[in-house]
Write a protein that binds this ligand. Structure first.
Ligand code: GLC
Length: 751
């Protein structure tokens, strides 16, 4: 009996072994390396620390530090660290040097929310590719980007870092960013490993307050917050970063459903997950770990492979193993993932960086030109009554007024890497360069209190006072009025300082800070041709400003070429074609407000009081998702569907003509939305399922087509099964998420 059992067991194992794919040479070498490693050396690979390079050499040489973050010092510092490891450590496992290269390394591009406004994945790929080349030349082999968090709440400061409120646009941008950073081989000398962050639903922070609790249904997670992360996995992203937030009662950094079931078992991700900064330690604050050992165990068992900065893995794993709370298999698997990415990043073959490279590839004229071009494509024309814009280049006198007119540091935006304010072209400088013959008068009028150290210190003590712009003193306003009165045209540069958005910089009041509205009212009252340029990191509640301003250009924080890019648009060398990737609320009380909302059982109806509405504001946003104007006009026509009825596994094509009916060349972003009219679970009133930015000459017409596949038409049914359910669908083709051409088709169940 025993012999038969043994024989069948060996047969099964034999079959299993035969069925299992043969391990690659790389995987076998990783296994061989792990077999040689002591526990301390394994834990060293799971530890990441920042700081001056000289403080990192000793732990790295002793095999206790496998990764560093934001060490600065460029290629020489990195080579110094790496040489010590490769020459003096026992196992010579290269360190992987990580950094926050979010929207540029030294050549800083617009903030990601700005780049998302271009609705141009190729522009994002260009920006990420330039950033990768500059960062790699500085010895960085891994960037903590792209940040792909969906954000529906503009109070949240990190809305600036992402791609806005929509999963389809966010997914297209996530793919483009990963392509740009990693290329086809992130072991190449001009590429870096990327990191999809922050996994997951960090942007759903209650009340828009950073690091706050998130409570999101699985349906909303899978339909809204997950898609850009899945897109990053499909694009081959090397790593993920676990987020700070408590997600449905289980903090993401200790959440096995997130880090293992969804990410690895469902999606097949085989890279590694790094925690966010001290997020493992913070499990104690969350109250789901009684001590460091429990926090380490929970994070490791959940599937968070590397601990950023806090030291709970290295200080508790030995005891956890001894007590049987943790298996060596879990540690070995985490180490395997880290070594796998180090191999793919080319670190074993090429541990050092060519120190002559940086001077050749950093802040080159070509990179500056790319930043200027991407910034120009990121700008959104919100209003242009009376065609105030574009301004004439033959103006004799131009007044450039406001706290952001000549604000170098603020143009870089949040998370600006190694960007230096001295590299920045401000709006004032850009206008002067554009109009060398004109008299360009500058009046700051009021200052935006920087949120630098003093501001942040004040924020900790008295948040209500921190980072507020000082009220515009009357003298400042009078000086501005005097200059505006004498000018042929006025440019008002208003908005937020760069550190009023970004991490830990949420705002409970998202109006124009300080006395900028008073300044605008005084200047606009003169009736001179006036354009407002907004420099901000989030949607602002600017209804009053919009009411009194004939022309408004949303420039976000546009990066080092800010002034040239804005001047290109203001004086007509670039026709703005950007569209909003996020809704602008009329008043804060509408937040969260987004275009893909559910209809409810009582949708607004002016004829019926008992409907979902406010007593004191409309339901609609000030500016909707997908909105943006142009210096020319476009017309959509001829929406047609290739079929009016399809099977659940079928697909159809929606086509529409777009024509430039104006007098100058311009870009239009044709947007395709659907609505599933009746499903087993409620569906949004609109879902973006396609977009294309097209450039048309005056009179030119083009037919644009979008394929609607089961993946795009499907949704999670009542039982959370993803499928295309039978029933009627509407299709909308438009220039924003409001209005447009409509058609209908039906999904008919197979007989
Ligand atoms: C920060 C951020 C994260 C960043 C990391 C390293 O706290 O949340 O986005 O990559 O720490 O700087």
């Amino acid at each position: 009996m025993k012999k038969a059992l043994l024989t069948s067991l060996l047969t099964m194992l034999g079959v299993a072994a035969a069925a299992a794919p043969a391990k690659s040479k790389q995987e076998r070498s990783i296994d061989a390396l792990i077999a040689k490693m002591t526990l301390e050396e394994k834990l060293g690979q799971l530890y990441q620390l920042g700081g001056p390079v000289d403080t990192l050499i000793d732990p790295a040489v002793r095999g206790l530090l496998g990764s560093t973050l934001n060490i600065g010092g460029g290629a020489p510092a990195v080579n110094k660290l790496q040489r010590a490891v490769m020459e003096r450590s026992r196992l010579k496992i290269p360190v992987i040097v990580g950094a926050d290269v979010i929207h540029g390394y030294r050549t800083v591009f617009p903030i990601p929310l700005g780049m998302a406004s271009a609705w141009d994945p190729a522009a994002v790929e260009t920006a990420s590719s330039v950033a990768a080349a500059e960062a790699a030349a500085a010895g960085i082999r891994w960037t903590f980007a792209p940040m792909v968090d969906i954000a529906r709440d503009p109070r949240w400061g990190r809305i600036a870092e992402g791609s806005g409120e929509d999963p389809y646009l966010g997914s297209a941008i996530a793919r483009a960013a990963v392509r740009g950073f990693q290329g086809k081989d992130y072991g190449a000398p001009d590429k870096v490993a990327a990191c999809a962050k922050h996994w997951a639903a960090y942007g759903a922070a209650e009340a828009g307050r950073d690091y706050n609790t998130t409570d999101v249904s699985e349906r909303t997670l899978r339909e809204i917050y997950f898609p850009p992360f899945k897109a990053a996995v499909d694009a081959g992203v090397a790593t993920f970063m676990s987020s700070f937030n408590d997600l449905n009662g289980v903090p993401a950094t200790a959440n096995p459903w997130l880090q293992t079931k969804v990410l690895r078992r469902e999606w097949g991700f085989d890279g590694f997950v790094v925690s966010d900064y001290t997020a493992v330690q913070e499990l104690l604050q969350h109250g789901i770990a009684a001590d460091g050992a429990e926090a380490a165990r929970r994070a490791l068992q959940a599937g968070v492979d590397m601990e950023m900065v806090s030291t709970l893995y290295s200080s508790n794993a030995a005891a956890l193993l001894k007590q049987g709370w943790l298996s060596m298999a879990i540690i070995d698997e985490a180490v395997r993932r880290v070594l796998r990415i180090k191999h793919r990043a080319g670190l074993f073959e090429r541990p050092y960086v060519d120190e002559s490279l940086a001077a050749k590839v950093t802040l080159t004229p070509e990179n500056r030109q790319a930043a200027r071009r991407v910034a120009g494509r990121s700008m959104v024309l919100l209003k242009n009554d009376g065609a105030v814009l574009p301004l004439s280049k033959s103006l004799a006198t131009v007044a450039v007024i406001g706290p952001l007119a000549d604000a170098k540091a603020d143009m870089l935006g949040t998370w600006c890497g190694e960007g230096k304010k001295e590299d920045v072209v401000t709006l004032l400088e850009g206008v002067r360069a554009k109009l060398p013959q004109a008299k360009v008068v500058h009046v700051e009028a009021c200052r935006i209190a920087s949120c630098g150290e003093a501001g942040i210190a004040q924020a900790n003590v008295n948040p209500a006072q921190a980072c507020r712009a000082e009220p515009c003193a009357n003298a400042g306003i009078q000086e501005a009025v005097k200059a505006a009165r004498k000018a042929d045209a006025v440019i008002l540069a208003l908005g937020e300082s760069s550190d009023m958005s970004g991490e830990a910089n949420s705002r409970a009041d998202i109006g124009l800070p300080g006395g900028q509205l008073e300044l605008a009212k005084a200047v606009l009252a003169l009736g001179r041709p006036t354009a407002v340029v907004l420099f901000n990191g989030r949607p602002l509640t600017i209804s009053d400003l919009v009411e009194i301003s004939p022309a408004i250009l949303e420039a976000w924080h546009p990066g080092i070429e800010a002034g040239n890019a804005v001047a290109d648009v203001l004086f007509g060398d670039v026709n703005p074609g950007g569209k909003l990737p996020v809704s602008f609320p009329r008043v804060l009380g509408q937040v969260p407000i987004y275009y893909n909302y559910k209809n409810t059982g009582r949708p607004f109806d002016p004829a019926d009081h008992y409907r979902s509405k406010y007593m004191d504001a409309p339901n609609s946003p000030l500016f909707p998702f997908g909105y943006g104007r142009s210096y020319t006009q476009f017309k959509l026509s001829g929406l047609s569907l290739s079929a009016k009825s399809i099977r659940p596994k079928g697909r159809l094509t929606a086509s529409v003509d777009v024509e430039n009916i104006g007098a100058r060349e311009g870009d239009e972003v044709v947007q395709l939305y659907i609505r599933d009219l009746a499903a087993s679970a409620t569906r949004p009133v609109r879902e973006l399922k396609g977009f294309e930015r097209v450039t048309l000459k005056p009179g030119e017409k083009r037919r644009v087509s979008f394929e609607l596949t089961p993946e795009l038409l499907g949704a999670y049914d009542q039982g959370m099964k993803f499928q295309v359910e039978p029933g009627k669908f509407k299709v909308f083709a438009g220039d924003s998420s409001v209005g447009g051409l409509e058609d209908e088709f039906e999904v008919v169940a197979a007989e």
